[in-house]
Design a protein around this ligand. Structure first.
Ligand code: PLP
Length: 411
């Protein structure tokens, strides 16, 4: 059986103009097609980008031409070829079809939801999970089933039981399973190797697509070997989202999707109708970085800059152990930028912020934001990405005082 596209995606027609763009690149073709403006009218002479690592990239000539002109909806062709190589370099397997460039992986969350979800379709998510994904999915369906996470990520044993229960009851299977396999936002967990294999096997057995949203792949803090992607074990059922936001800069707004070609095609048709394409400017900058820095060196540079997060993680975990009451539970994250704190049941994180923030100015995100059904109100997400050592220490003191006030309110 093949993946089922949403009825919306099935109705969508290709853009007659956008479909001509690849043909316009053929050698010898005289094009009166497209609505490309004439580059002689463009404002840019050259673009120079200086990298913190020393290299200076200049976009002039052909590169400037690509950066300043419209391009294919799926992304600059040369960049897509490089992304396929980067993907293979990092994950050990080539993507099942050429990757599609996204305006950040957030765009991918919305596009995947658009092409796979109909009203009333069931979506499986981890609990807690990334609110940006819930927001994207909620545009199409309100039916979520949450699978709890533990220290090894999503409880795939519970997922299996749920899928089997749907089959036994003769009910429709979920339309999508969503998860963040590395340095999860917000729980900080990384899905174990066994559970990855289990999840891939479940996707194949029950024929349910998986959305593997992996912006924290390279934010590994303890230098463990990288675990296989779920996509590598079930390429026909997994759509993967990768992002450059946490490794180069979120301002680039570049991520990419990879997965079954029919899903990539359906996402492209949406993008033809919505934004035409992601910015050629930032795509050309990323292309130049790949060409001039190279995959191995780029990965090494990113790896070295993760020392900032490792230092902050260590400081926050140490401060949390020393300053927070013993009843507050947490697992030190091995990847990502978040520490997930579970306060005793009944404590209300949103109330703490509302009532105590003026006197104890420290902000964490109340756990309810990461729940599909109004749960997790006793949890908070603390991000260690930006804070320096002194503010981590002082922030944890204030949080400890806030928790104490909430304890007193419990009576
Ligand atoms: C799990 C997850 N997915 C997707 C995104 C969106 O990232 P971007 O659109 O910048 O690639 C984020 C950002 O915080 C995230 O945490």
């Amino acid at each position: 059986m093949a993946l089922r596209l949403s009825s919306r995606a099935q109705r969508r027609q290709p853009s007659p103009i956008r479909e001509l763009i690849p043909l316009m690149r053929r050698p010898g073709v005289i094009s009166f097609g497209g609505g490309y403006p004439n580059p002689e009218t463009f404002a840019f002479k050259a673009l120079t980008v200086d990298l913190v690592w020393g290299q200076s990239l200049t976009l002039a000539g052909e590169r400037l031409g690509a950066a300043t002109q419209y391009s294919a909806t799926e992304g600059l062709p040369a960049l897509r070829a490089l992304l396929a190589g980067w993907h293979e370099h990092l994950t050990g397997v080539a993507p099942p079809a050429p990757p599609m460039v996204l305006t950040g992986s957030q765009e991918g969350l919305y596009l995947v939801a658009d092409v796979l979800l109909d009203e009333g379709d069931e979506v499986i998510v981890g609990e807690p999970t990334y609110p940006g994904a819930l927001a994207a999915f909620r545009s199409f369906t309100e039916r979520f089933t949450a699978i709890p996470l533990d220290g090894d990520g999503m409880r795939t044993d519970l997922l299996e039981a749920l899928l089997q229960a749907r089959v036994d009851a003769g009910e429709r299977l979920p339309a999508l399973i969503y998860l963040i396999p590395n340095g999860d936002n917000p729980s900080g967990t990384t899905l174990s190797a066994e559970r990855r294999a289990h999840l891939a096997a479940l996707a194949q057995r029950f024929e349910v697509p998986v959305l593997e949203d992996d912006p924290y792949l390279l934010l590994s803090l303890d230098g463990e070997t990288r675990l296989p992607t779920i996509q590598s074990m079930a390429p026909e059922w997994v759509i993967r989202l990768d992002s450059f936001s946490k490794i180069l800069s979120p301002g680039l707004r570049i991520g990419y999707a990879s997965g079954p070609s029919e899903v990539m095609r359906a996402m492209t048709l949406h993008k033809q109708a919505s934004t035409l394409q992601s910015s050629s400017f930032t795509q050309a900058i990323l292309q130049a970085i790949f060409e001039e820095v190279g995959f191995t060196e780029l990965e090494a540079r990113v790896g070295r800059s993760m020392a900032v997060y490792r230092r902050n993680r260590d400081a926050m975990v140490e401060a949390a152990r020393r300053l927070l009451p013993a009843e507050v539970r947490f697992t030190p994250p091995a990847a990502g930028m978040f520490l997930w704190l579970e306060l005793p049941e009944g404590y209300l994180a949103d109330r703490m912020i509302r009532e105590d923030l003026d006197e104890l100015p420290v902000i964490t995100v109340p756990g309810g934001a990461f729940s599909t059904g109004g749960g997790l109100r006793h949890c908070v997400r603390a991000s260690f990405s930006l804070a320096d050592q002194a503010s981590i220490e002082e922030g944890m003191r204030r949080l400890a005082a806030m928790i104490e006030r909430e304890r007193l309110r419990q009576g």
